[in-house]
Design a protein around this ligand. Structure first.
Ligand SMILES: Nc1ncnc2c1ncn2[C@@H]1O[C@H](COP(=O)(O)OP(=O)(O)OP(=O)(O)O)[C@@H](O)[C@H]1O
Length: 549
């Protein structure tokens, strides 16, 4: 869509002054000042990772391509030697460097690149030479080479840009292009693309085909195996209550799709836990899961954290850095507290969600990314929209599917199973053993009106593990006093005395234990109890406790 945002000299579409938002058609001419831009949707401009090289992917038909030359003995032996060197490379990028160097000396091309095919079929440039190269490649030819299983060559139109005195000129010419398919484990994985001014000989075609055949697994290693099914089931969030079961039903239904998801819920209700489960249940489970808390990144670093930055964009960094979108390529990006994103970044995020292309800070060309975004918020985003702190268009983009996670007060059946999950998870992490809860503690956890959410419960179990009396089980006295409060379903205690008294007794015991374990260090004891140092002092006085050497 083309819209003029109130410019003084106007925007012209096909020599007509643009009056209203208009949908563009291929070949439309847009004039802004002295520049004329031609809208050509069948071109994708991508940037190769090792610098400013740009790839333009076209849909040229491959009818005139030449191929199917069997490799000679000499080609095979050179390919074998190269495959050995590439196989011991520390990464796909290093392997690609070795292969490109070998091709450079064998063919003396003007430019070459390695492309990888993402699971969704999108082509990603891995490396391009020389740095700053501008390559126009045919997506159709890459696909044809992959389908036919051998290298192809043809003469193809090349678009180059030259920049001087702030003017960018586009030049068109012809070059000979060679495409060789890369396979990993028998599946199409990528392509080597080589450009030269002179035609490729049959021998060169055969040599490159053999090199690509041998180096495929090093350049495009297979993705890591998915976790065993049992780990997936174990890692599913606890959902015994009706409210949480419904949330998980929605999450499982939404998992296979690509669309953006919005998780809402109070602090600590398990938004990240559910986002991980959605990732694990989705076809992207083999890809990365990257979680970012938008409220925790300093505003001045947020843009480069999210979208990456190019060499020299920040004076302190010598090398460029990938942002979280690039890190999550092929997987899921969890944007927690998305409502905290500064306004300019909201606009940039909207652009990435629409085009699936990120622009690093200080970078020129876009980098294609294949990422599913799961966003989360604890505050109702619509209120942020009304207060004009959050873009409405981004709100609707994120809000394609919304899943609300209930607080624990609305899903009390989850409290005990959650406590058991936390105990099983934290024991090994802390190197402390507890086999479970005593009967009394279990029935208290089953009936208590726990005031917090899962995060606070996790903290309470951690504290209980650290401070518990010697013995294999966590008892009632190891749990915080809230577990004993009477509001729901009466007392869970078999001990005598009024409930208020018992609560006080438990609290006193807790304080004594914490002070014992921390050898009287009040700040550490206060931290372990989740109290401020002043509140601990007050309690020590209230219970008449004395600290002795
Ligand atoms: N249903 C659940 N099953 C198992 N563990 C859970 C569940 N819900 C929450 N947790 C655990 O509780 C802790 C807090 O959950 P999580 O970080 O997912 O909450 P959150 O809503 O994203 O919190 P915040 O709003 O603070 O970002 C984590 O340790 C998480 O593993």
């Amino acid at each position: 869509m083309l819209r003029d945002l109130g410019s003084r000299n106007g925007t012209w579409l096909n020599s007509q002054l643009l009056k209203e938002t208009t949908r563009l058609r291929p070949g439309d001419h847009i004039s802004v000042g002295e520049s004329v831009l031609v809208y050509e949707p069948s071109f994708d401009a991508l940037r190769a990772r090792d610098g400013e090289s740009t790839l333009v992917l076209t849909r040229t038909r491959p009818e005139t391509a030449r191929g199917l030359i069997p490799p000679t003995k000499e080609a095979l032996s050179r390919a074998g030697e190269l495959a050995l060197r590439a196989a011991v490379a520390s990464s796909a990028e290093v392997a690609a460097g070795i292969v490109l160097e070998a091709l450079d000396s064998a063919l003396q091309p003007t430019a070459l690149t390695v492309l990888r095919v993402a699971p969704n079929g999108v082509l990603h440039p891995l490396l391009a030479r020389p740095v700053g190269a501008h390559l126009t490649l045919s997506r159709e030819l890459v696909n044809a080479a992959l389908k036919l299983g051998h290298a192809l060559t043809m003469s193809e139109s090349q678009v180059r840009t030259e920049t001087d005195n702030l003017l960018t000129r586009v030049r068109q010419g012809h070059a000979h292009v060679l495409y060789a398919p890369l396979y990993t484990g028998g599946s199409p994985a990528g392509a080597l693309c080589i450009l030269r001014d002179t035609p490729f000989t049959d021998e060169e075609l055969a040599l490159t085909g053999a090199l690509a055949g041998a180096a495929g697994p090093s350049l495009c290693p297979p993705p890591p195996a998915p976790p065993a099914p049992s780990t997936l089931i174990e890692s599913q969030p606890v959902a015994e209550s009706t409210a949480m079961r419904e949330a998980m039903r929605q999450a499982a239904a939404a998992a296979p799709a690509q669309s953006t998801l919005l998780l809402t819920g109070e602090v600590g209700t398990g938004k990240e836990e559910v986002a991980r489960a959605i990732h694990a249940l989705s076809p992207r489970s083999r890809g990365p899961f990257i979680a970012v808390n938008c409220s925790a990144i300093p505003a001045e670093l947020a843009e480069s954290e999210l979208f990456g930055h190019e060499k020299g964009a920040h004076t302190s960094t010598a090398n460029g850095r990938a942002g979280v979108f690039e890190q999550a390529d092929g997987g899921t990006l969890f944007l927690d507290e998305v409502g905290h994103l500064p306004a300019p970044l909201q606009l940039k995020l909207l652009g990435v969600l629409q085009d699936r292309i990120v622009h690093r800070v200080g970078g020129r060309a876009g980098i294609p990314v294949d990422v599913r975004v799961v966003a989360a918020t604890q505050r109702p985003l619509i209120e942020e929209v009304r207060a004009q702190r959050f873009r409405e268009d981004l709100y609707w983009r994120l809000n394609v599917t919304r899943i609300h996670l209930p607080p624990l007060r609305d899903s009390p059946e989850d409290i005990l199973p959650l406590a058991e999950r936390f105990l099983a998870r934290m024991g090994p992490q802390l190197g402390l053993r507890a086999e479970g809860f005593t009967q009394e503690a279990r029935s208290a956890l089953r009936t208590c009106p726990w005031p917090g959410n899962a995060r606070q419960l996790a903290n309470a179990i951690e504290r209980a593990l650290l401070l518990k009396e010697p013995g294999p089980l966590i008892g009632l006295l190891d749990l915080p006093p809230e577990v004993l409060a009477p509001e729901r379903g009466g007392s869970s205690l078999s001990a005598g005395g009024s409930l208020a008294e018992v609560v006080r007794k438990v609290e006193r015991e807790h304080i004594v234990l914490a002070l014992k374990r921390t050898q009287g260090a009040k700040p550490a004891a206060a931290e372990a109890l989740g109290l401020s140092p002043a509140a601990l002092d007050q309690k020590i006085e209230e219970y008449g406790l004395k600290l002795v050497e």
